[in-house]
Ligand binder design. Structure first.
Ligand code: TXA
Ligand code: MG
Length: 328
């Protein structure tokens, strides 16, 4: 049985226990403001190797280091451009991950052998307290099996990773519900690698132009940017995206139909779910909803395409990947 400890705040004694598990090379799942992370001592290659094993994550996909301050982040880089200072002053602590040239201190396994490191300073009080108690950067991908749905509840971590994790700190549901925005500052132009809670216009307001990454790669191909494989965030049920308002669903098996803003008339056998036309609220709820539909035994989830517009960009990205067919 996986150990799960409820943690009510940053001063909770479970955090000290979690820090000693991390110091011994163990794995601790913890809440952040985006999703739950699967944490290990980010400077201990053996501990980070356990993350890859627990997730079934390919060795080509690097992990984010979580830090408690801009100064700790900077120490892990070999170049810290002026844009990084401006961005962290505005958005840290918070759901923005920066990719920068790595210093020699960063183990190769964290970088998946590449020259860069992804750095994030989470805003969640329990995440901050844990990083401080550990006294090290924490390597932490989302706490789910590779390619599966990200966890927004401690229960999601337990059901996805089970005994592979030594301790789960249960801080309740996560707030943003979608993973951090990832911005690559290692090249000539800032480049958005993953849309998230911080929108491109907010970044562009500080940086000028931001290049958007649209080049998702197929599984098994060499990854132009790590972790950008097309299929990702997938529920067990098959997920199909359809035109809004269609309500045209038929077929065997339990089917759920998810609409935004307005639920069209549906055949009686179809379970309809209405989501609000509010990107932030949908972001918070999206992964939890897909987990619930899986648990309820739906074989197919038919979902209307979310609205256009930048506010919905991260949701469109996750749904496109969640509905991508396995290339195997
Ligand atoms: O919100 C989040 O970012 C959560 C919480 C736990 O902090 N973490 C998270 O980690 O989503 P993960 O590993 O599930 O997703 C991180 C993404 C992966 O797609 C990975 O390929 C990419 O970041 N990444 C990590 N290091 C990178 C690097 N050096 N260059 C480019 N991409 C990198
Ligand atoms: Mg992930």
């Amino acid at each position: 049985m996986t150990r799960v400890l409820p943690v009510t705040g940053p001063g909770h004694p479970a955090i000290r226990e979690a820090a000693s598990i991390l110091a011994a090379g163990g794995l601790v799942a913890f809440p952040t403001e985006t999703v739950y992370g699967l944490g290990a001592d980010g400077l201990n290659p053996g501990a980070v190797a356990r993350i890859y094993a627990a997730k079934g994550r390919p060795a080509t996909n690097p992990v984010i280091l979580h830090v408690d301050s801009p100064a700790s982040a900077r120490a892990l880089t070999s170049r810290w451009p002026a844009e990084a200072t401006a961005l962290v002053e505005r958005f840290w602590p918070g759901p923005l991950t920066l990719v920068l040239p790595a210093s020699e201190q960063v183990p190769a396994i964290v970088r998946a052998g590449g020259p860069t490191v992804a750095l994030r300073c989470p805003a969640h009080g329990i995440a901050q307290a844990l990083i401080q108690a550990a006294g090290r950067p924490l390597a932490a991908p989302s706490a789910n099996r590779s390619q599966h749905l990200s966890p927004t509840l401690a229960e999601h971590v337990a059901s996805s990773l089970g005994a592979a994790v030594d301790l789960i700190l249960d801080g309740g549901p996560t707030e943003a519900g979608l993973e951090s925005t990832i911005l690559d500052l290692s090249g000539a132009q800032p480049r958005l690698l993953r849309p998230g809670p911080i929108a491109p216009t907010e970044l562009a307001a500080l940086l000028g132009e931001v290049e958007l990454w649209e080049g998702a790669v197929k599984q098994g191909e060499i990854q132009a940017a790590p972790g950008m494989a097309e299929r990702h965030y997938a529920p067990r049920a098959s997920l199909e995206l359809v035109a809004p308002g269609s309500g045209q669903v038929a077929g065997p098996g339990p089917i759920a139909y998810v609409a935004f803003g307005h639920l069209p008339p549906l055949p009686e056998s179809i379970h309809g779910i209405l989501l609000p036309l509010d990107a932030e609220a949908v972001g918070t709820r999206l992964f939890a909803l897909l987990h619930e539909l899986d648990d309820a035994g739906f074989d197919r989830v038919v979902m209307e395409r979310p609205p256009e517009g930048e506010a919905w960009m991260a949701i469109r990205d996750r749904l496109r990947r969640a509905s991508a067919k396995d290339s195997e």
